[in-house]
Design a protein around this ligand. Sequence first.
Ligand SMILES: Nc1ncnc2c1ncn2[C@@H]1O[C@H](COP(=O)(O)OP(=O)(O)OP(=O)(O)O)[C@@H](O)[C@H]1O
Length: 258
Amino acid sequence: MSAIEFHNVGRKFGAYEAIADVSLAVRDKEFIAIVGPSGCGKTTLMRMVAGLEFPTEGRVTVNGRVVRAPGPDRAVVFQQFALLPWRTVRENIGFGLTCTGTAASEKRKLVDHYIKMMHLDGHADSYPHQLSGGMQQRVALARSYVIDPDVLLMDEPFGALDAQTRTVMQEELVRLARDNPRTVLFITHSVEEAVYLADRIVVMGKKPGCIREIIDVSDVRTSEAWQELGIDEVMDLPSFVHLRTRVWRLLRSQMDDE
Ligand SMILES: Nc1ncnc2c1ncn2[C@@H]1O[C@H](COP(=O)(O)OP(=O)(O)OP(=O)(O)O)[C@@H](O)[C@H]1O
């Protein structure tokens, strides 16, 4: 059984057909990146998995069950970090666990573990405004991981970061994906980011929003052991350059069609 399935999904907003006939099966622990021109329906598809939006045609399932509402099995990370400004790092990370009713001692252990994992030691009692953008995003990631969701939904999570911090966060995410694999849907406007992070890249087109092509990256990533390399080394590899050009051309052709 696939972790996430879109079965002939369509979405109309009034007479406007935003998405038509999207079918996709995401395997358990697979990292999928979605790229496509602005307005092709990337966020709408993700919101359907989150249970914040619903198809007008077809259906979306998570672990075999039709999505009817949000749930703790799915965590969402948005571009804007959405931390609670009046709560400390520790309280922000533990927030989801309060909602799931985890015992206090267990909660402390889990929060400590993620503070360490995200290199936030020494900042546990700081407030969000005392942190850099990259640190805030690490808190947001920790908050999503700590509730141990089956599925992580990430909508341009690094879009608001400067280039340097973004690179650090991308490497961090590769490390996390290796040590703590989850099923991930990741929306990005960066082709490099998609090729560096994803097992498969879904390239979408628009009018109406649909899947144009799905490109496999996992075979080459595994055979060339990308996960052992830094992002700059990976980006120099001929295989990376080739995949990047392929995705970029596909994306360009979608934009030229507009
Ligand atoms: N609630 C809504 N009511 C009306 N139209 C909507 C609604 N939500 C989305 N749309 C339309 O559906 C289309 C897809 O929107 P969506 O935000 O999913 O695209 P996207 O690919 O994520 O875009 P971007 O890359 O710019 O974030 C757009 O044309 C948008 O205007």
